[in-house]
Design a protein around this ligand. Structure first.
Ligand SMILES: Nc1ncnc2c1ncn2[C@@H]1O[C@H](COP(=O)(O)OP(=O)(O)OP(=O)(O)O)[C@@H](O)[C@H]1O
Ligand SMILES: NC(=O)c1ccc[n+]([C@@H]2O[C@H](CO)[C@@H](O)[C@H]2O)c1
Length: 199
């Protein structure tokens, strides 16, 4: 059985932290990070506001990301091996083995071709002040120019969140202000419950 878990949410909400912890404890589990599909800097448009428009879907090579996901769906065991993930030995009936894919990203549920692939639609939230504060301590490969957060990042987040909430998906919200342990425990338990229902 193949099980795909989405971990979406605003920048710095704690998505990567959560995904990496789940990777350690869920069996046969791989992660795909949306941030790995940013286009090169020279292909990112500059908006009328003067900022490079990083926080829009066209800044990402979503076709490449979709193909990577399709690679996992076609053969999760091969995918795991080629990504250095230790796979459990197949059981007597490999059809019954569970293979888990976590897809983590800030614009996961805003791309129509992928909107229906998830079994779980987690969405981590944190309020404006916390988000701005956490972001100010981060050093991205391409550092944020002054004013980017208020001028581009947060307004784009609000816009995309509204679009997503108008779509047909049912999100499971996670409070990113809880501790890392609390969030992990909540999600781990929820996934286990859901998997037991599915098996
Ligand atoms: N539950 C939490 N409580 C407090 N700080 C947290 C929590 N989870 C993560 N952090 C911290 O917030 C920062 C961002 O975390 P992380 O990289 O996991 O977020 P993200 O959602 O993947 O961000 P981005 O999408 O921008 O890469 C890190 O410094 C991390 O240690
Ligand atoms: N990873 C990158 O190349 C990159 C470059 C510039 C900005 N970002 C930011 O990453 C966040 C998503 O994780 C977005 O808010 C981008 O602004 C990433």
């Amino acid at each position: 059985m193949k099980y795909i878990i989405g971990i979406g949410g605003v920048t710095n909400a704690g998505k990567t932290t959560l995904a990496k912890r789940l990777l350690k404890t869920l069996p046969n589990c791989c992660i795909i990070y949306q941030d790995d599909f940013f286009k090169p800097q020279d292909q990112i448009e500059v908006g009328e506001d003067g900022f490079k428009q990083w926080d829009v879907i066209s800044s990402l090579d979503m076709e490449a990301m979709t193909n990577t996901i399709k690679g996992w769906i076609a053969n999760p065991v091969k995918f795991a091996k080629s990504h250095g993930v230790p796979a459990l030995p197949p059981s007597e009936d490999p059809e019954k083995d569970v293979h888990i894919l976590i897809i983590e990203g800030f614009l996961l549920y805003n791309y129509a071709p992928l909107i229906n692939i998830f079994h779980k639609y987690y969405y981590v939230t944190i309020p404006y002040d916390e988000c701005k504060n956490r972001r100010s301590t981060r050093s991205y490969e391409i550092p944020d120019p002054p004013g980017l957060f208020d001028g581009h990042v947060w307004p784009m987040y609000l816009k995309h969140r509204k679009e997503m909430q108008n779509s047909s998906i049912t999100l499971e919200y996670l409070d990113g202000l809880k501790t890392k342990d609390e969030i992990y425990n909540q999600v781990y338990e929820d996934i286990n419950n859901s998997l037991q229902l599915c098996l």
